[in-house]
Design a protein around this ligand. Structure first.
Ligand SMILES: Nc1ncnc2c1ncn2[C@@H]1O[C@H](COP(=O)(O)OP(=O)(O)OP(=O)(O)O)[C@@H](O)[C@H]1O
Length: 274
């Protein structure tokens, strides 16, 4: 992390121009998000959106796509340290998934930056498992995609099947026969079979039942100890309270609060009760 420490202000060491993030020297930074801005560009947007205006555009042969910008993340800054399990909360469209994708390196920043120590892995609701393949095949593919060798896959296989805890026989069925809860259990079991430098979990636990969530919470604890940092996006605030040691509340792409889970969740509930 020397490069990150050099680039940013380390607490107690003043720099000429004050950067927006400050790094605690006593802890190991894993992710630094520095004044991040993400803008989506949507082509083909525009017009009045009713049938008459669409028809008149066709008659005018007006095929030129117009472009609309969605400024999803507006100047977020924070540092995640080794061992952090960070919950990200906010109302629909506040920018939670966009933030995780940006940390995973899937979205280019408009300005500002994201710096990670090690490889981030994003485990999303649509993590790349193949619906037409059996659970068995998906375990092998998923593990290979995470960089395991065939021997490592063999040695992890039983542990993954056990953790996913699918009903008898389902592991030999194509994933399209799974319920959404079963799919998310298998995705989580595959992702959790390897330690990650930065593990990003986007709603992947949302459809698991209470027992599976407890099991996942324990697993996330283990991953936190082995790994760098874990980020969790979830609408169920009790999973956030169970699994995280820190919560970021974002709204319209900006930071509202960053701190202790109970304090942030209480403030969030109070704001949304109005
Ligand atoms: N691919 C995209 N193209 C254009 N705009 C997008 C795209 N993805 C998200 N957005 C917009 O960016 C903003 C943030 O969306 P994002 O999905 O990050 O929110 P979220 O907090 O994860 O929402 P939710 O809780 O509903 O999952 C929203 O205004 C959304 O409409």
């Amino acid at each position: 992390m020397a490069d990150v420490k050099e680039k940013f202000k380390v607490s107690g060491e003043p720099m000429d121009s004050a950067p927006p993030v400050t790094i605690d020297r006593a802890r190991e930074p894993i992710v630094v998000v520095d004044d991040l801005h993400i803008i989506y560009r949507v082509y083909g947007a525009g017009g009045k959106g009713n049938a008459a205006s669409a028809f008149s555009r066709v008659l005018r042969r007006d095929h030129r796509p117009t472009m609309k910008e969605v400024h999803a993340i507006r100047g977020l800054s924070f540092v995640a340290y080794k061992g952090d399990a960070i919950g990200v909360i906010g109302t629909n469209g506040s920018g939670k998934s966009t933030l995780l994708k940006a940390i995973a390196g899937l979205l280019p920043p408009e300005s500002g930056g994201v710096y990670t120590s090690g490889q981030p892995s994003l485990l999303g609701v649509n993590a790349a498992l193949m619906n037409d393949l059996t659970g068995e095949r998906n375990i092998v593919l998923g593990c290979l995609a995470m960089g395991m060798s065939p021997d490592q896959v063999k040695s992890k296989y039983d542990e993954i099947v056990k953790f996913a805890g699918l009903k008898e026989g389902f592991i030999q069925l194509p994933m399209r026969a799974y319920s959404s809860g079963m799919g998310s259990r298998l995705r989580f079991a595959i992702a959790a079979s390897k330690s990650h430098d930065v593990l990003l979990i986007d709603e992947a636990l949302a459809t698991g039942d209470a027992k599976f969530r407890r099991k996942s919470a324990k697993k996330i604890d283990e991953l936190r100890n082995e790994a760098g940092a874990v980020f969790l996006v979830a609408h169920q605030l009790d999973s956030i309270l169970e699994m995280c040691n820190r919560v970021l509340w974002i709204d319209e792409g900006t930071m509202v609060m960053d701190g202790d889970p109970q304090t942030v969740v209480d403030a969030y509930n109070e704001a949304n009760a109005k």
